[in-house]
Write a protein that binds this ligand. Sequence first.
Ligand code: ADP
Length: 347
Amino acid sequence: MPIVRLTDVSKAYPSRVAGDAEILAVDDVSLSIEKGDVFGIIGYSGAGKSTLVRLINALEPATSGSIHVDGVDITALPERALRTVRGGIGMIFQQFNLFSSRTVKANVAYPLKLAGWSKADIEERVAELLSFVGLADKAKAYPEQLSGGQKQRVGIARALATKPAILLADEATSALDPQTTHEVLDLLKRVNEEQGVTIIVITHEMDVIQTIATKVAVMERGRVIEQGDVFDVFSAPQNPASQRFVGTVVKGIPSPSELAVLRERHRGRIVTFSFRDGDSSQAQVFLDLAAAGLDFELVYGGINDIRGRAFGHLTLAIRGEAAAIDRALTAIAARVEVTEIAGEEAR
Ligand code: ADP
């Protein structure tokens, strides 16, 4: 049973301009998040990600559709019961949202106090959490004395205090530099792997998805336009918007301007071969081209690694008789993905 399931969920807001049509911030979204997933939701600003988060943690009601959290349909619950649902979901934020007038320890203790834990239990739990996030020596410090990465560690400790099954990370690394981003993502990976917490990561950065997520949903104008295993979406994105996102991090795909340069510098037909873990070997492609009597040259390429699985793209300039090239490409296309850059005949 999925831990979070959205079925045909929409959220409409009245337009900010009187008389205009309403804004469909989330438009007919269905998705399933399994226990133990690190589920990434990516999209540009305005795509509807934050709205989706507010629906999942029951801060706002959906306009239509149903949302199940841990098997319970939260769209039908009264406010009192919604508070229990919210208690099972921890949240971390881009701006950390720590209490600046309280110490690190008091920040982490705060949700436990609210939940009515005893003083001794709070002591013990806070010590355990600060040690887990590597800040045992900062218990008495105030947020302003900490670096951005340390503040987010406090945010994570506080979000995990009451042992929620789900952690929602809303642009949690967007205010951090790349090095600190990776430290925080490593910590989130440990939260997922060592504590079994399901993590939902909202981001506009593909790098974050590549580093930590196991599944991904791509959002555009309120809709989920593509979703699946991160490896599948990264190695073979189907939708143009996903292809643009993937293009920002995946190595080996020439950009339009790079392609123009390749065309200028190399004679022949420019063809990209995309290899995925388990596909037939690159050597076999080279052997097939050679056996067909074709001349070829490797002009662009790159290999990517997603959690230990590899995929890559090699671009070749191929020269020879047009019909022979067509025959060879057709045969190869049965085994690996072949993309010919259109409009260039053998010169
Ligand atoms: P994202 O988090 O991907 O940047 P949002 O969920 O914040 O996207 O916004 C999606 C769309 O819904 C945007 O067009 C935004 O202007 C609109 N929107 C979000 N919240 C409200 C609101 N409370 N009232 C009216 N429109 C809203």
